[in-house]
Design a protein around this ligand. Structure first.
Ligand SMILES: *[C@@H]1O[C@H](CO)[C@@H](O)[C@H](O)[C@H]1NC(C)=O
Length: 325
């Protein structure tokens, strides 16, 4: 087990980071049990954003064994001592997808080294997007450089997040990743780049479900809402509006797999009332379920809860599921 502690650089400087990337037991190339937390991700991410480079220059830097990449560029990993379990997380704007190309690969596939690109994020064994909401079957979301026969050198994500797992052991072994962003005019699944912002999710007559995930406790306001031919303020009902084929769910919980989160509320048609909510969960998700019959749309804004607000929620909601563990 390799661990490091570093100070959080993100806005509120609330926590110290405990960074533990666990070494997998056995020989799985699909490392699922990394112990990275969203706080260390965002701390990487924010230090990265400050390093703007002129557009005509390809940004270059070494890749770390545990890394967060939020800019386009070339990232080279070189083995100084054997690395059994590394992971790099990639993130872009909601309206972009990410491509990862492998170049100058000098690793020992036969000896057990591997580089695997994953279409999404895996954190603590959970995946985003969930298998339910991703357009591809799970095995197609892994692109394995060491695939017997034809090494796969490039991969493209289906949403604004992707990642690479790798194990490279020979001293001096190396590879380079080229990360690029591409426009995605109709994003479906998204992880928010920041704990505050506004967003409009649209599903244009497609039979699919989309999730917008904010991995912070937030106050969220649903400002506009239209499902099919209705164009009303949302109706709120607990437990659900599942009988209508088109609805919006607010989900909360402590992991990133939206299919494992708990419903906070479902929003259907014709409702007048407050749609302002404070959700003290580590992960808050707006998920839209769409039958494909209508053009569905939901707009919302959100901001990070401060520690006092989180405290108040804790005190007022003894049974709040987000604070049970
Ligand atoms: C969307 O989600 C609903 C409810 O979670 C599910 O019943 C439905 O099968 C999903 N649709 C698709 C296309 O995955």
């Amino acid at each position: 087990l390799r661990c490091a502690v570093m100070e959080r650089t993100f806005r509120e400087q609330l926590f110290f980071l405990v960074l533990c990337l666990s070494v997998p037991k056995g020989d799985s190339r699909y490392i699922q049990n990394n112990e990275i937390s969203r706080d260390e991700l965002y701390s990487f991410f924010n230090s990265e954003l400050k390093r703007e480079t002129p557009e005509q220059l390809m940004y270059r830097r070494p890749l770390r064994c545990l890394d967060m990449v939020a800019v386009e560029g070339q990232f080279t990993f070189t083995v100084e001592h054997p690395q059994l379990s590394c992971a790099a997380f990639f993130m872009s704007e909601p309206t972009e997808v990410i491509s990862v190309d492998l170049d100058s690969v000098d690793i020992d596939c036969r000896g057990g080294d591997f580089i695997t690109v994953f279409d999404g994020w895996v954190m603590k064994g959970e995946k985003f997007p969930s298998s339910q909401d991703h357009p591809l079957p799970l095995h197609e979301r892994y692109v394995d450089y060491c695939d017997a026969g034809s090494p796969r050198r490039s991969a493209r994500s289906s949403q604004n997040v992707a990642m690479v797992f790798f194990r490279v052991r020979g001293t001096g072994s190396s590879f380079t990743l080229t990360v690029r962003k591409h426009a995605n005019p109709l994003p479906c699944n998204v992880i928010s780049q920041s704990p505050e912002g506004t967003y409009t999710m649209v599903i244009p007559q497609q039979h699919r479900n989309c999730s917008f995930s904010i991995i912070y406790p937030v106050a969220i306001d649903i400002s506009e809402f239209s499902l099919g031919h209705y164009n009303n303020f949302p109706k709120r009902s607990t437990p659900g509006c599942a009988e209508s084929g088109d609805f919006v769910q607010l989900l909360g919980g402590n992991g990133i797999d939206t299919s494992k989160l708990l419903p906070i509320t479902d929003l259907c048609v014709s409702f007048t009332g407050p749609t302002h909510m404070k959700i003290g969960c580590d992960n808050t998700v707006v998920r839209m379920v769409s039958s494909g019959k209508f053009v569905n749309r939901v707009s919302f804004s959100y901001r990070l809860l401060d520690s006092q607000e989180v405290q108040t929620i804790k005190l007022n909601n003894v049974e709040d599921f987000c604070f049970n563990n």
